[in-house]
Design a protein around this ligand. Structure first.
Ligand code: PBG
Length: 336
């Protein structure tokens, strides 16, 4: 009798060669799955952002060319974020409703010169407010006024749709804003503008570099109101389901989880709870941490980048907003 050949089931057989592994790969990340966030500046030359290595604010005049270049790489979507001149900021963020503000000019520029680009435009007041909050404060300055903010966001969304955005993307986490924006757009005849709802947006410590990029960090001496009174508690899971399903009911076309890497369970929960496409935002801090570790020689940038993106797709995201989009697509093209 020969020795017991067990185990009878050897899963390594399906990992034995590169060909078998390629054939049985379950999840892919292709450039078409990625949306590139782009920061826009009024300045004449690109402005590198120290905490986002490889990412610069792009001058308005170079924006459309960048979008066209991304499309050639297979990236169809961009998420636009304006860096507003601090002199244009007020407590109410009125600049958000200025028809010739930088964000709206950027959308028009891209729509006319790179018409195939799919534009996701952020709807929130933080680039425009002196205090950096996503909305208008109550009279006592102790809270963000939900309903006054929503009123402003509806106007902002309408201007944004009229400028040519394909999707408005409310990132403010006010209650009722998706329904209000949908209704506002529809009443104005903008029935084909979509809504990408930041549904489960957490009060995360991973947004730091983004706030450097748009200049929305809380200024020294400002009232210490926390974004935690509107962004979600990182400890909560069922609440994300409620937020997500509510946004579906309110008329969102896509729902988003943000950040991505530390919230893969939430992506999976929503994936199982709705048949709507799901977006995930691999945020600025997720990008910065990999770059920082790679700079020290502690991690391999490309390999960790690819692994994080794969994990986000595996969790159930259809599309990913990521600062890695362009670099990933360039490597993807080079791999052939
Ligand atoms: C705010 C907004 C934030 C991000 C996107 N929209 C930051 C915040 O809530 O302060 C962060 C994205 C990132 O970190 O990459 N409306």
């Amino acid at each position: 009798m020969s020795a017991d050949p067990s185990p009878a089931l050897r899963l390594r057989r399906l990992r034995a060669s590169a060909g078998i592994r390629a054939m049985l790969t379950e999840t892919t990340v292709e450039p078409r799955h990625l949306i590139q966030p782009l920061f826009v500046t009024e300045a004449e030359a690109p402005e590198p952002i120290a905490s986002l290595p490889g990412i610069s604010r792009i001058p308005l005049t170079q924006l459309a060319a960048k979008c066209a270049e991304l499309r050639l790489l297979g990236i169809h979507g961009v998420a636009l974020f304006p860096k507003i001149d601090p002199r244009r900021k007020t407590a109410e963020g009125a600049e958000a409703l200025n028809p010739s503000n930088l964000a709206l000019r950027a959308i028009r520029e891209v729509k006319t010169k790179s018409p195939g680009t799919v534009i996701f435009a952020d709807i929130a007041l933080d680039p425009y407010t002196t205090h950096g909050h996503d909305g208008i404060l109550t009279d006592d300055g102790q809270d963000v006024d939900n309903d006054a903010t929503v009123e402003s966001l509806v106007k902002m969304a309408l201007l944004t749709a009229q400028a040519g955005a394909d999707f408005v993307a409310p990132s403010d986490m006010m209650d009722g804003r998706v329904a209000a924006i949908r209704r506002g757009l529809d009443l104005a005849g903008r029935t084909s503008t979509g809504i990408l709802a930041y549904s489960a947006k957490y009060a995360s410590a991973f947004y730091g570099p983004f706030r450097d990029a748009v200049g929305s960090a809380r200024p020294a001496g400002a009232a210490p109101i926390s974004k935690a009174s509107y962004q979600m508690n990182p400890a909560n899971r069922s609440e994300a389901l409620r937020e997500g399903l509510l946004d579906v009911q309110e008329g969102a076309d896509l729902i988003m989880v943000k950040p991505a890497g530390a919230y893969l369970d939430i992506i999976r929960d929503l994936r199982e709870a709705t048949s709507l496409p799901i977006a995930a935002y691999q945020v600025s801090g997720e990008y910065a941490q990999l770059h920082a570790a790679a700079e020290k020689g502690w991690l391999d940038l490309r390999a960790t980048r690819d692994e994080t993106l794969l994990a986000i797709r595996r969790a159930g995201a259809d599309v990913i907003l990521t600062y890695f989009a362009e670099a990933y697509a360039r490597d993807f093209a080079a791999r052939g």
